[in-house]
Design a protein around this ligand. Structure first.
Ligand code: PGA
Length: 247
């Protein structure tokens, strides 16, 4: 893994995006897996701005959703798709045929998983996964205790996520289940960008990067990936040892 520490959130987002653009420059039809959540929002803002300023062109990019709350889809205010529609897909004018996303309102969850997995396969695998980290170390909706061999699945939302997930909604929600790419899917991505910002993430970042690799902290399993790039701001990196940062 390679760790990049920035002075602040804005710089972190800019640097991470530049790195991603550099990697994608030579890829013909890249498939991107963008997490929703507060952390990558700044990166998406920079991406939209670069496209609007015609610094880059992304017509050949496709997107696969990382996760969704069960019972919700893009029509639900606060859903993962809702946020990504507003932050990414609408401002970038991405065609529906270039997006595959879990529909948490569909009863046939198996079909949803097959749909998303097939899209990934047809597009040559995920070139870049952009993920955040939960306060409990989850990645996507892979909550503590999830095995690294699990692919797309329906998951029971962890008690911590039931609380922290409220911030995405304007009204209180009962968050019981999610549908998510599994750790196996994320580990198959060619490149993984994990972003974390803010003092409140410092403890979990220390645990995930310096603690034992364990399914109790699912993001720690990403450390086994050969192309894991970790972008932190100073606050999130605050508790890391010097030796960790040097790697
Ligand atoms: P956040 O969420 O970026 O909103 O902090 C991260 C996550 O829970 O994966």
């Amino acid at each position: 893994m390679k760790i990049f520490i920035s002075e602040n959130y804005d710089e972190m987002c800019r640097r991470a995006l530049n790195h991603i653009l550099q990697l994608l420059a030579s890829i013909k039809n890249p498939l991107i897996c963008p997490a929703s959540g507060d952390t990558p929002a700044g990166l998406y803002k920079n991406l939209v701005s670069d496209v609007e300023l015609k610094k880059i062109e992304i017509n050949n990019w496709s997107f696969v959703g990382l996760d969704e709350w069960m019972g919700m889809n893009g029509n639900d205010q606060g859903s993962c798709r809702f946020h990504l529609n507003n932050q990414l897909f609408k401002p970038l004018n991405v065609k529906e045929s270039q997006i595959s996303f879990f529909d948490g309102r569909e009863n046939d969850t198996n079909n949803e998983c097959v749909k998303v997995e097939d899209f990934i396969f047809e597009n040559g695998g995920i070139e870049v996964a952009i993920v955040g980290i939960g306060m409990n170390g989850h990645v996507g909706m892979n909550e503590p205790g999830t095995s690294k061999i699990i692919r797309s699945h329906v998951t029971e939302i962890h008690s911590e996520t039931k609380i922290s997930g409220q911030k995405y909604f304007t009204e209180k929600q009962e968050l019981l289940q999610g549908i998510t790419l599994g750790l196996a899917n994320i580990l198959e991505a060619h490149n993984i960008f994990l972003l974390a910002s803010g003092q409140h993430k410092a403890d979990i970042i220390k645990q995930v990067l310096e603690g034992e690799i364990s399914d109790q902290f699912p993001s720690s399993l990403l450390r086994e990936h050969p192309a894991l790039y970790i972008y932190l701001d100073n606050e999130a990196a605050d508790l890391l040892k010097k030796e960790t940062i040097k790697n």
